[in-house]
Design a protein around this ligand. Sequence first.
Ligand SMILES: NC(=O)c1ccc[n+]([C@@H]2O[C@H](COP(=O)([O-])OP(=O)(O)OC[C@H]3O[C@@H](n4cnc5c(N)ncnc54)[C@H](O)[C@@H]3O)[C@@H](O)[C@H]2O)c1
Length: 298
Amino acid sequence: MVTVQAIKTVGVVGAGAMGSQIAMVCALAGYPVILQDIEHKQLGESSQTLRELMDKKVRKGRLPSEEVEDAFSNITYTTNLNDLESADIIIEAIVEKLEVKRELFYQLSQIVPRHTVLATNSSTIVSSKLVDVVSYPEKMCNIHFFNPALVMDLVEVVQGEHTSGETAEKCMNFVRSIRKTPVLLKKEISGFIANRILGKLMDEAVWLYENGYATHEEIDLVCKKALNHPIGPFALMDLTGIDVNYFVRKQRYEESGDPKDKPASIVADKVAKGELGRKTGKGFYEYNEQGKRIEETV
Ligand SMILES: NC(=O)c1ccc[n+]([C@@H]2O[C@H](COP(=O)([O-])OP(=O)(O)OC[C@H]3O[C@@H](n4cnc5c(N)ncnc54)[C@H](O)[C@@H]3O)[C@@H](O)[C@H]2O)c1
């Protein structure tokens, strides 16, 4: 009988928006976490941002301060990739560039023991695009958290053809153990489930707007009042960054060559003008310095 090695220590690579919060989610669940980034400065910023976020949760009574302090003491920050040697699962959350991820997984594969699960949090790059650089393909998959990881409950686990059933099961159990709801995709597809569905909604919203059927405010209003969505597609694009939508479509177009996958011209125009949404003060709507919408025309 094969013994399945338990997950005792978690490694997270990349201490940006996603990696920092993924590390904290795991630390809150009681796992020792090694959080690695190539930038020393980024580790400091990650720790500071997490401190502000978690203090706010304590002040609002959402988490007891002892639990938060225990979680902080579970996190070790490092720039040394070799420190991940003791991790039983590693979640990669670095920049969305295929070649950079491939180089990282090659290096990781030289460092970690055979039982370690190697997972990428990428939203678009499936693990089969990375798997030829690692020694044990059966231990590799996608584990896709949503932003902000501390808040969003769902996690998509994506099994490639190379991923063993045991690894998929281990990841599903791991996600449950960090108090999230996992869904297993038994076959790989870029974008996975949530973002593919959201993408279709966004495309239709942009098409209706570009073709003059309604304004972006009206389309957002319909989605909120008729479909009960908490936020309309244009307000959501402003929130996540219009450039994110643009780069996802650009990447898909480059892969498929299908003109239908090209970024919509209204989106490309906004990106060219630097109107990227809330983070630049203007996107489909305008925002003040606190990130609040300036004018609500509907
Ligand atoms: N931002 C989102 O909404 C979101 C949601 C789900 C998944 N993702 C995925 O998560 C990943 C990270 O996204 P993010 O928004 O946190 O990015 P980010 O730019 O905020 O953070 C990336 C971090 O990786 C570090 N880094 C870059 N190269 C590295 C290397 N070789 N080794 C170690 N660290 C390295 C950078 O210094 C940076 O701190 C991407 O693959 C993205 O597709 C993002």
